[in-house]
Design a binder for this molecule. Sequence first.
Ligand SMILES: CC(C)(COP(=O)(O)OP(=O)(O)OC[C@H]1O[C@@H](n2cnc3c(N)ncnc32)[C@H](O)[C@@H]1OP(=O)(O)O)[C@@H](O)C(=O)NCCC(=O)NCCS
Length: 160
Amino acid sequence: MTIRELTGDDLPFLREMLYAALDWRDRWWFPPRRLVLRHPQVVVFHRDWGRAGDAGFVAEEDGRAVGAVWWRLFTEEAHGEGFVDEETPELAIAVVADARGRGIGRALMEAMHEHGRRTGVARVSLSVEPENPAKRLYERLGYVDHEPGDGLGRMTLDLA
Ligand SMILES: CC(C)(COP(=O)(O)OP(=O)(O)OC[C@H]1O[C@@H](n2cnc3c(N)ncnc32)[C@H](O)[C@@H]1OP(=O)(O)O)[C@@H](O)C(=O)NCCC(=O)NCCS
């Protein structure tokens, strides 16, 4: 497995991974990708990719993209559920279903954190549903609940 920086050419894969992150339970009735990706709360994670502060990584196995992590800075006016403040990027991640549980997600997160430390990002946030097993991975990486009980599932990690 190799990890490389995400580029504008990866946008279709980023969208596929965004859908996978939202449909983490893999439910048969989940709305189709095209509708989900257009939803105002979802579109903010991929529209106009390449803005200042956008960054991400792709994991590949034998030339096949198997996972992606990325983050963006948001504003008070337009942001995702994991928004904390305008200086803290919000992270999203998914690994393709047949490659999960083999350390790819952890390696992607660590690449993102390392990038943050190199570029002076003090803190990262995300939003996760409490029953999502991904939460255990985040906790192992040092993420802590941000205002627990507010129903937003926000977690943050200090990088500084
Ligand atoms: C969460 C995710 C990115 C982790 O990537 P990964 O490569 O499976 O993770 P790793 O192998 O590095 O680490 C394993 C940990 O990931 C978590 N995990 C979440 N879903 C998992 C799955 N389907 N299979 C295995 N591990 C999973 C668990 O915490 C697991 O640790 P555990 O074995 O102690 O339970 C990946 O499982 C995934 O894409 N899940 C569906 C989408 C999603 O939930 N995205 C995050 C939304 S907030």
